[in-house]
Design a protein around this ligand. Structure first.
Ligand code: PAF
Length: 278
């Protein structure tokens, strides 16, 4: 496995892999866990060259404290990546990714006006900036994104369409801890007690799936909010039941769309997200 830090080294390595190489790409912000590793393993299995980027992208953080506290664990990340068969790791610094400030403003219409887009202004513009730049550097055939960040996946698919990029976006299943808590780099920032209580989030979502037939959409949203807020460690930011294409709030179960329940919850100072197909 090679580690490179500059775009020219990255492109040299990709070129050296030869003509006809299919490149699978997993963009990450590091602090890797089993969720990331499952994406990387899939990229390794489906391509001749798997590239992972590790870059904590400043432009997608709307809260400077969140950026500061984001875990940075390059040495440990590299050790984990060694176990996956990944051939190339790109860990640039901010100057390498943004030699000039990126002033592009994307328009994702109603996709960015809800949930994460509504509560984290500018977040998806930053994600689109960095993902489009990384795609331009790596030129992947396939790129792998976790379904935990359901809205991010919709935004990236939309961006690929808008920019007409020749890359296939591959959605990958949520990986959960034994407790059911969705794996996230942010879980590392929770105390042991918080982490135990955070499992209430996924337990509530699993139960919501079972209760779907007994309640209206609105009642189920309220039930999920109450159930999570009843735990003293947890504080709901939003609960939304949306369609899986345009991510607009569902009004009734009769609408002919797949429904996803999405939540953002503070556990102490740490903001966690999760979702489930209902
Ligand atoms: O999901 C993430 O870790 C980040 O948003 C991504 C896609 C690596 C862009 O910085």
């Amino acid at each position: 496995m090679e580690l490179v830090k500059t775009v020219s080294e990255l492109q040299q390595q990709i070129q050296d892999s030869g003509k006809g190489t299919s490149v699978g790409f997993v963009p990450t912000m590091g602090a890797l866990h089993e969720g990331h590793l499952s994406l990387v393993r899939q990229a390794v299995a489906e391509n001749t060259l798997a590239v992972v980027s590790i870059f904590v992208n400043p432009t997608q953080f709307n809260d400077p404290k969140d950026l500061e506290r984001y875990p940075r664990t390059l040495e440990a990340d590299l050790k984990l990546l060694e176990t996956t068969g990944c051939q190339l790791v790109f860990a640039p610094n901010a100057k390498e990714v943004y030699p000039e400030p990126d002033t592009r403003k994307f328009n994702f219409g109603k996709l960015e006006k809800v949930m994460e887009g509504a509560f984290r202004p500018g977040h998806f513009n930053g994600v689109a900036q960095v993902v489009s730049r990384l795609f331009d550097m790596v030129k992947p055939d396939k790129a792998y994104f976790g379904l935990k960040d359901f809205q991010q996946l919709a935004i990236v698919k939309n961006m690929v369409k808008q920019l007409n990029l020749p890359v296939e976006i591959v959605p990958c299943a949520i990986v959960r801890e034994d407790s059911g808590l969705a794996m996230s780099s942010r879980n590392e920032l929770l105390s042991a007690e918080e982490r135990k209580n955070a499992a209430v989030i996924s337990k509530t979502l699993f139960r919501a799936k079972e209760l779907k037939t007994q309640m209206s959409v609105k009642e189920l949203v309220e039930w999920v909010k109450d159930e999570i807020n009843n735990n003293p460690f947890l504080n709901v930011e939003y609960v939304e039941i949306v369609d899986d294409e345009e991510l607009q709030a569902a009004k009734s179960w009769d609408e002919p769309t797949t429904k996803i329940a999405c939540v953002a919850v503070f556990c102490g100072k740490i903001r966690l997200i999760d979702n489930i197909v209902l």
